[in-house]
Design a protein around this ligand. Structure first.
Ligand SMILES: Nc1nc2c(ncn2[C@@H]2O[C@H](COP(=O)(O)OP(=O)(O)OP(=O)(O)O)[C@@H](O)[C@H]2O)c(=O)[nH]1
Ligand SMILES: [Mg+2]
Length: 212
């Protein structure tokens, strides 16, 4: 399937916060109740539509465990968007956000769009981080913010799509040189400047199905 643009995303955050579950909910509309520890990096993809244009999201789901941190760092480069995830029921995952941002600042391009996600908002009775704290942190660091649940699917679509909308608007504003793929953006048919080979979707390792 052809696309106007392809955006690369990375999902980061502590182990167990629900990164893989958010991806699975977005690509397959399923929830995995068991913690299937990610080893290294996994991959998912899905089509969305923004401004009537087909956009392909190519998503790298990284392992949160400390021992994989150096592998994760090698995926920041070439990402247009990042979902930085914490678990609203575990304060330490919120406390570690600054160190994740530090990694992003060092290894990602300066125009990467970062969406902060307070996940597991279905577990309100076990909440350890207030919504206001999440909002405040996001505001201080120039991030977009949403609370979400990979279990109920609340705000999952919204988080991925809002991130893409922000990237799309940055492209319209001329923030990126889209011919330079190191920004994590590829132009296909109907995008800005369609290249001679642009637009063909040759990906075969797609985890999720396509929608819309
Ligand atoms: N109640 C609830 N549980 C969730 C939610 N998201 C994830 N979980 C559970 O949290 C655990 C960890 O989820 P994963 O998605 O595997 O976590 P991860 O961030 O990918 O962890 P690593 O791969 O080790 O970095 C699993 O048991 C999930 O079922 C959610 O929104 N609500
Ligand atoms: Mg995982």
């Amino acid at each position: 399937m052809s696309y106007a643009y392809l955006f690369k995303y990375i999902i980061i955050g502590d182990t167990g916060v629900g990164k893989s579950c958010l991806l699975l909910q977005f690509t397959d509309k399923r929830f995995q109740p068991v913690h299937d520890l990610t080893i290294g990096v996994e991959f998912g993809a899905r089509m969305i539509t923004i401004d009537n244009k087909p956009i392909k999201l190519q998503i790298w789901d990284t392992a949160g465990q400390e021992s994989f941190r150096s592998i994760t760092r090698s995926y920041y480069r070439g990402a247009a968007g990042a979902l930085l995830v914490y678990d609203i029921t575990r304060r330490e995952t919120f406390n570690h956000l600054a160190s994740w941002l530090e990694d992003a600042r060092q290894h990602a391009n300066a125009n990467m769009t970062i969406m902060l996600i307070g996940n597991k908002c279905d577990l309100a009775h076990r909440r350890a981080v207030s919504t206001e704290e999440g909002e405040q942190f996001a505001k201080e660091h120039g991030l977009i913010f949403m609370e979400a649940s990979a279990k109920t699917a609340q705000n999952v679509e919204e988080a991925f799509i809002q991130t893409a909308t922000t990237i799309y608007m940055k492209i319209q504003d001329g923030v990126f040189d889209v011919s330079n793929e190191s920004y994590g953006i590829k132009v296909g048919y109907g995008g800005g400047i369609a290249g001679p080979s642009g637009g063909r979707d040759g990906s075969s390792s797609q985890v999720g199905g396509c929608c819309s």
